[in-house]
Design a protein around this ligand. Structure first.
Ligand code: GAF
Length: 398
């Protein structure tokens, strides 16, 4: 059943702790709108969203914030406070910025509103946030959702959150050029305090599942490796999955996506033709089934079993889907036999970013200290660590 909770166009109710960052104050005028949209984690279900499968993400306590102030002309003056960069264009000249990526997440969303028939005038926008960029926490989706919510408010468009999620995803697909699925924008927009979202990416039905692992925290270990290969290889993986589906479809026309495929179909119709395509599809089919099993473990409170599924996911992402990297593999292998770590895996698109770890609360400090030393020694890189809290999704702050 479709979850009807919180589809209101103004987003989640801002929790008392969500304040407008001080750095935005100089840019706020009487008629400004300020929106907040968080980054996300994903417990399990990776690279399944664009295969019409399931995901289990949540919004976190790190977010993007945008203030938008209308102008009387067509000019768009965009500012990244954190990068100390500005970008100007006009609302009728929405072209991709050649040298800076952040304006594209704003321009792409403006373009989608224009395509939806909303006459967008000029505005001044200032952007800030505390989601580490390139860490696999979906800072880009957070910016897109914040912009979408702010424009929706400013122009009184009345779009609901589903429409804003799809519009933000389309901005990423068509303007930015990454053929991402719907998970990141969905999690950012629909997140709920202390709940994970069990989302069926085919129907968009979803449930909020309480995240109550007693004594367990979500620890993100950031490789500090930026996923530069991410977008090109991401699009390649997507195509490989589509190829597998096309081969199965020749024999079983009812299979519309890897969501519908079985291991037997892969063995029969994909393996004989191409080992690489087979491995990619095998990972996705297994991951979908793994997520369903993991959800049962979660309902039963069987965290060790849930964690074991996370390690299996990492193995599949690393060996079959091949979207990991030595740094991510190191971090997962390093914690694998630690009894304080119940589950760990790389998270997000891959080729860098974070691992997500379920860790016994009392062991976190020591784990971070000891892993940082080992990581520095093995990879000669600095490890960043963050204990993620699960928070509400996008909202209008003013
Ligand atoms: C990226 C994409 F944006 C998501 O849609 C999803 O596919 C994820 O990689 C992998 O699960 O974050």
């Amino acid at each position: 059943m479709m979850n009807k909770e919180a589809v209101d166009a103004r987003g989640s109710a801002p929790a008392p702790g969500y304040k407008v960052p001080a750095s935005l104050s100089p840019f706020i005028k009487e008629n400004s709108v300020v929106a907040r949209s968080p980054g996300r984690i994903n417990l399990i279900g990776e690279h399944t969203d664009y295969n019409n499968g399931f995901v289990l993400p949540a919004a976190i306590d790190k977010a993007a914030y945008i203030v938008i102030t209308p102008r009387h002309d067509k000019e768009l003056h965009l500012r990244s406070i954190d990068l100390q960069e500005t970008y100007s264009t006009t609302a009728d000249k929405l072209e991709k910025s050649p040298d800076m990526s952040w304006p594209n997440y704003i321009l792409g969303v403006i373009e989608q509103f224009a395509l939806a028939g909303i006459a967008i005038n000029g505005f001044d926008a200032a952007l800030t946030g505390d989601i580490p960029i390139g860490a696999g926490l979906s800072s880009s989706a957070a910016v897109e959702c914040a912009v979408a919510l702010a424009i929706n408010e400013l122009y009184a468009c009345g779009f609901d959150k589903f429409t804003l999620v799809k519009l933000s995803q389309k901005a990423e697909n068509d303007f930015v050029g990454v053929q991402c699925g719907i998970m990141d924008q969905f999690a950012s927009m629909f997140g709920k305090h202390n709940h994970v979202i069990r989302l069926d990416c085919r129907s968009l039905d979803f449930d909020y599942v309480p995240f109550n692992m007693e004594g367990i925290k979500i620890l993100l270990l950031d490789t500090n490796v930026k996923h530069s290969l991410g977008s090109s290889e991401y699009n390649v993986r997507r195509k490989q999955c589509e190829t597998g589906v096309a081969w199965i479809q020749r024999h079983v026309p009812s299979v519309k996506s890897l969501r519908d495929a079985t291991p037997e179909m892969l063995d029969k119709y994909v393996l004989p033709d191409d080992m690489l395509i087979y491995q990619r599809c095998k990972y996705v089919v297994e991951e979908n089934n793994r997520l369903l099993a993991a959800c049962k473990h979660l309902e039963q409170g069987n965290i060790p079993a849930f964690g074991a599924r996370m390690f299996e996911t990492h193995h599949g992402l690393s060996k079959l889907y091949e979207v990991s990297c030595p740094e991510l593999d190191f971090l997962v292998t390093h914690v694998q036999d630690n009894p304080a770590v119940l589950g760990a895996r790389m998270m997000g698109g891959g080729f860098g970013g974070c691992t997500i770890n379920l860790v016994k609360e009392e062991a976190i400090d020591e784990l971070i200290a000891e892993t940082s030393i080992a990581y520095k020694k093995a990879m000669n890189k600095v490890l960043r660590a963050h204990v993620a809290k699960i928070e509400n999704g996008s909202c209008i702050l003013r």
